[in-house]
Each structure stands twice: as C-alpha cells, then as structure tokens.
Design a protein around this ligand. Structure first.
Ligand code: GDP
Length: 382
C-alpha cells in the first residue's frame, strides 16, 4: 500500500534509512557494523554491549563528521541531510528473511560485504538472491583491503617468502578511498585491480553489473563497490557518504517521513525491572506512551497499551548496563524498546500496529490473523 503512493510523496522531510549488513561468513559483517555504529562488539571490554535494542541509531552529527573527507560525493548536501542511519544490529540474511512485512522488506538499503581476497562466496549468492527478490538496493563493500601489519598482497606472497617486496599498503582512514588507492605503489594498485576484475566477473555470473563507485557509469544500472577495511576504517567514510548520497537521491521517496506507521517487532526480551519487553524497529510514523498497540502472539493477536517508550541514553552509554531514557513520543526511524503488559506470548518478526480509533482494533486483529496464517504456511512449506 505504501509503495503505491511512493511517487506522490514529498522528499522535504526524510527519516533515517534502515540499513542491513549481509554477506558470507567471515567477510567482515560484524566488523563493518562495529565501525558504522562506532561500537566494538567483537573486542569489547567486559561483556560488550548489554542493552542493544536490535537497531542502532547513528546520529547525523556523526555522519557529518565521518564523511568530511568525501563530501563531494553528496550532491544534496546544501539542501538537507538524512537525520541519521538506523543500523540493524544483527548481521546476515537470516534476520533479513525473518523481518518482513507483507512481501516488502524492512531494510531500505543493504551493505553486501565481500571479502576482497575470497570474492563471491555461497552466502554472498544467497544474499544477492534475497536482495534482488525483495528489490532492495545495495552497496558492495569490498572488505579487508589489508591484514593487520601486513598488506593483503603480503598475505599471499607470504606463502612465496617474498614479504619484503610487498610491505606496501599505506593505510589512511582520513582520505577518500579513491585517493588512498591512488597513493599506493603500482604493484599494490595492480593487484587491487586484478582482485576487482575477478569480482566483477563473479557478479556478472550472477547477472549483476557492478563497478567501483568512482567509476560507476550509471548507478541505476551498476551496483557500486566501495573498497573498505573495516578494521582500520579505510574507505568507511566513502561507504557512509555513498549511503547518504543514495538515500538522498534514488531512495528519497521511499524514506520520506510520513505519519503512516511502519514498525516491526524485532525481539521479545526480559529486562530487569521492566519484565517482558519488545524491541521494535520503528521505521516510519510515531508512537506515544498510552498508544493502544496490536502485535502477533503465539495464540493470536495481542492488544495492549504502551506503558513506557525507551531508547538507549546515548551512543556512548550503550556500553554501560541498562541505561534507558524514557520518551513520550518517538518518531521513526528509531530502534525502541516498549514496556507493556501482556507480552508473555509476543512473537518477533511481524509488524506492530497502533489503533488510534476503537474500530481499528478489529481491523488490525484480522490483519494479524492473516499474517500469522501466512507465516505458518510458509513454515510448513519449508
Ligand atoms: P562476519 O562473520 O562476516 O561477521 O565477519 P567478522 O566481522 O567477524 O570478521 C571476521 C574476521 O575478519 C575477524 O577476525 C575480523 O577481525 C577480521 N576482519 C574484518 N574486517 C577486516 C579488515 O578490514 N581487515 C582485516 N585485516 N581483518 C578484518
């Protein structure tokens, strides 16, 4: 329904686009997520992030700061900037599959992570199929430009005992990756080009045209690739800038903010002091304390009322334990936690509705019953 009226939407006010990260195991999805969110799930002190909400909000100030070196990539910078990014915390295509609402996907833009040394792998292909099927635009991150203390060329030539020849990748996360590549030695550039060519062929075998973002002849026809090193941060500014550019151009209608509610239950969790809570990706529209909400439950639709709306206190404090901030009203796109009664049988993966008028309750109950039936059928088919 919302896709039908997309053309009529204004692009004056945008919401944060919802970003998912997919790709083969070990390609660097978690490391890319950590870098985007500026968190360190992998090597974090004492237990890591304790209070994820399933989706992390990256504020526009952070985006602005991180894209300093490649602002020229953002064509509408003077007009406005998207008010942040909403990054789905769980990497991989399973989450993408389970978080669907009536055929359309929750994710506005995906990052498909490909290990530059290993190229297209089985789970890359699965991810591509899913993205194409859902018509979800994506950007390819050619990750792991170099290994810690070693270039990726070295890592190959190590086997040939020619390490000294190839100690040459000069890491720099303060410049655009295009410039950083230009400043490498010729041998490094040659090897990079060879890897790229292989990957371009592998994508062509999947019937997809891909090109390095700075060589892309037509972004409507070619998927862009951004070389990255998630660990050192090389290329991450360019990747973020490209996400913003795409969001503010081809995706602007899709991510225009309207009051039409679009929300998905991502997780059902017990939290000390709050009991059973649901983590929700509030994509569009707004929710307020006191709203009557309807969600799917194991025994049918659940009707309840929002008692508290919580968000993490700030990016920094994600690391401390259970610090939530109470809000009266929250606009999408945000990851939020809802405290309410009667959530014992709540189910994740399906939409959340709000009944602002009494007669809407039966309408949404019916919608949820249909969705539950469809979900059950697809499970039986699998
Ligand atoms: P995932 O399975 O796709 O989530 O991959 P991870 O993010 O867990 O990364 C797999 C391994 O590759 C980890 O040991 C990471 O530290 C490492 N890694 C990820 N990105 C990079 C990178 O840019 N450079 C290097 N050298 N290692 C990386």
């Amino acid at each position: 329904h919302h896709e039908l009226c997309e053309n009529q939407r204004s692009t004056e006010v945008l919401r944060a686009p919802v970003i998912c990260v997919l790709g083969h195991v070990d390609a660097g999805k978690t490391t890319i997520l950590d870098n985007l969110r500026q968190t360190h799930v992998q090597d974090n002190e004492a237990g890591g992030i304790t209070q994820q909400i399933g989706a992390t909000n990256v504020p526009s100030e952070t985006i602005y700061r991180r894209t300093e070196m490649c602002r020229e990539m953002i064509s509408r910078e003077g007009d406005f900037i998207v008010p942040g990014l909403l990054i789905i915390d769980t990497p991989g295509h399973e989450i993408f599959k389970s978080l669907r609402s009536r055929g359309s996907s929750l994710c506005d833009l995906a990052i498909l992570v490909v290990d530059i040394m290993h190229g297209v792998a089985p789970q890359t292909i699965e991810s591509i199929q899913l993205l194409v099927e859902r018509q979800t635009p994506f950007i390819i991150a050619l990750n792991k430009q170099y290994l810690e203390g070693m270039t990726f060329y070295e890592s190959i030539y190590c086997l040939n005992s020619k390490v000294d020849l190839l100690y040459d990748w000069k890491s720099n996360n303060k410049k655009s990756i295009e410039l950083v590549l230009q400043e490498q030695q010729q041998i490094t550039q040659n090897h990079f080009e060879k890897c790229c060519k292989t990957i371009i062929c592998q994508f062509a075998e999947q019937n997809l045209n891909v090109a390095l973002y700075y060589e892309n002849p037509d972004p409507n026809e070619y998927y862009s690739m951004v070389p990255t090193s998630a660990r050192s941060g090389d290329g991450m500014g360019s990747l973020i800038a490209l996400i913003i550019e795409k969001s503010q151009t081809t995706l602007s209608r899709r991510i225009s903010y309207t009051h039409e509610l679009q929300a998905t239950v991502m997780e059902v969790k017990v939290i000390d002091g709050f009991g059973i809570t649901i983590d929700v990706a509030l994509v569009n529209g707004y929710l307020s304390v006191g709203d009557k909400i309807l969600i799917a439950g194991q025994e049918g639709p659940i009707v309840t009322q929002i008692r508290r709306l919580l968000i993490p206190e700030s990016n920094q404090e994600l690391r401390t334990t259970n610090q939530y901030q109470n809000e009266d009203t929250i606009k999408g796109a945000r990851g939020i936690k809802i405290v309410a009664r009667g959530l014992e049988k709540a189910m994740a993966g399906l939409p959340l509705f709000v009944a602002r008028q009494t007669d809407e309750i039966d309408f949404y109950k019916n919608e949820i019953n249909i969705m539950l039936k469809t979900a059950l059928n697809s499970i039986q088919l699998e």
